[in-house]
Design a protein around this ligand. Structure first.
Ligand SMILES: *Cc1c(COP(=O)(O)O)cnc(C)c1O
Length: 426
């Protein structure tokens, strides 16, 4: 296969995700990666400023992950996971549960973030059913994003993403995101629904990703979770994007006092190498499915459940994640982001600059309404593309979410380009 014409060949045969194919510029062909860089067919380097849709935490084509993966491929590439098991699945479950600490007792594997969410929702609803006290209501936050399959869309905020399907999605009660002073309002909302009918509350802890990199109040969130736990509402922490150090600590839930009943993981789980989803549960939830009655079984599974290659990539990614150098890198990025935040705060074209862990975000002031379809997005995307920076805004929300190995110099290149772009607007 020849190189140098990937994008033309692509357009003849491929339909891309989240892309208006009529107006979007032709895709750039990427042939290799190293660290925070991706290289096109002419060997031009692009800085991956958003970790390739937030999955790549250790940089591209990392040799440690690649070697483990290659060795596993020669050993066992796949195996049915009902009635059989294998070392990568068991090793990964042991290590993940240890890392998560607390009361997480079991790991259920699937393929991606959306499926991890689907599994958690089914576990929660069936938990109550199995116990003979069905609860059918579900709580979520406005503006939430939990994935693109129907269950995951149902618990996501109604938006341009879900519009065409809204009438087919199941009903969910949406709460405002926690803010200083709105706890009473949130609790009143839940009381009106009747907490004893609420099976579960699913949330992105502290940081809503696709909804626009919204960072919300930790203290109110913590108290809200305490109230829900008191009402025995099952807490599903969707850490698909916040997991593996993105918000600072290993997991965002380490910043609050309440433990979730279930945790969804994906994205950073394999370091961006293979598709893999995990839903963990407490033993209390697990035990509600144990019965001589087969109808109490969790009837869920995917062909590629616990794929050995994906589990191996996750184990290798964990090795890198647990190396103290990873935490040091996250702190280094956070410190650099902090000084750029001060520059942004002084810029009148910047609204609500904010920072959590390695995620820096802000809105660009425009005459149009904020939001995903804001027309500035295409202009922003094109500007950075020309400068070989992969920054894909969410509407007029611009954010940096880099691989932890990004260098200081690469970060400064991104900051400078953002500053230049803001100049072109003034
Ligand atoms: C991306 C994302 C998902 C969906 O994951 P996919 O692997 O894209 O299906 C779910 N929840 C959150 C918080 C996400 O950011």
């Amino acid at each position: 296969m020849q190189n140098n014409n990937l994008s033309a060949r692509d357009l003849a045969v491929i339909w891309h995700p989240y892309t208006q194919m009529q107006t979007a510029p032709a895709p750039i062909g990427i042939v290799r990666g190293a660290g925070a860089l991706l290289f096109d067919e002419q060997d031009n380097a692009y800085i991956d400023a958003t970790s390739s849709w937030w999955v790549n935490i250790h940089g591209h084509a990392h040799p440690h992950i690649a070697k483990q993966l290659a060795a596993q491929a020669l050993e066992l590439e796949h195996c049915i996971f009902a009635g059989y098991t294998h070392p990568p699945a068991v090793n990964l479950a042991e290590r993940l549960l240890q890392l998560l600490g607390g009361q997480q007792g079991k790991v259920f594997y699937s393929d991606n973030g959306s499926t991890a969410v689907e599994v958690a929702l089914k576990m929660a609803l069936q938990y109550w059913d199995n116990k003979g006290m069905p609860r059918r209501n579900i709580l979520a936050f406005k503006n939430a994003y939990h994935g693109d399959t129907f269950g995951a869309m149902s618990v996501s905020g109604r938006s341009v993403f879900t519009r065409v399907f809204d009438d087919l999605l199941f009903d969910v009660h949406f709460l405002d995101v926690p803010a200083p002073g709105n706890l009473d309002e949130l609790i009143a909302h839940i009381k009106k629904i009747d907490p004893s009918t609420i099976a579960a509350f699913i949330f992105e802890p502290l940081l809503q990703g696709s909804g626009g990199m919204i960072m919300y109040d930790k203290t109110t969130f913590d108290k809200l979770l305490q109230y829900c736990a008191g009402e025995k509402i099952l807490l599903i922490a969707d850490e698909v994007m916040t997991g593996f150090g993105r918000t600072g600590p290993d997991f965002a839930m380490q910043q609050v006092s309440v433990e979730p009943d279930m945790i969804c993981l994906s994205k950073g789980l394999t370091g961006g190498t293979m598709a893999l989803g995990v839903t963990t549960s407490t033993n209390t939830i697990y035990e509600a499915f144990l019965s001589a009655d087969k109808l109490k079984t969790l009837f869920h599974g995917h062909s590629f459940t616990a794929n050995p290659l994906a589990c191996t990539a996750a184990l290798a990614s964990l090795d890198l994640f647990l190396d103290p150098a990873c935490k040091a890198n996250r702190e280094r990025i956070n410190a650099l982001h902090q000084s750029f935040l001060l520059t942004l705060q002084a810029n009148p074209l910047v609204k609500n600059p904010r920072l959590l862990g390695t995620v820096l975000a802000f809105e660009i002031v425009t005459s149009h309404a904020d939001g995903y379809t804001n027309s500035l997005a295409d202009k922003v995307h094109a500007f950075f593309r020309e400068r070989r920076l992969m920054l894909r805004p969410l509407g007029n929300t611009l954010y940096i979410l880099p691989p932890y190995c990004i260098t200081d110099e690469q970060l400064h290149t991104i900051y400078n380009a953002i500053t230049t772009f803001l100049h072109t607007l003034s």
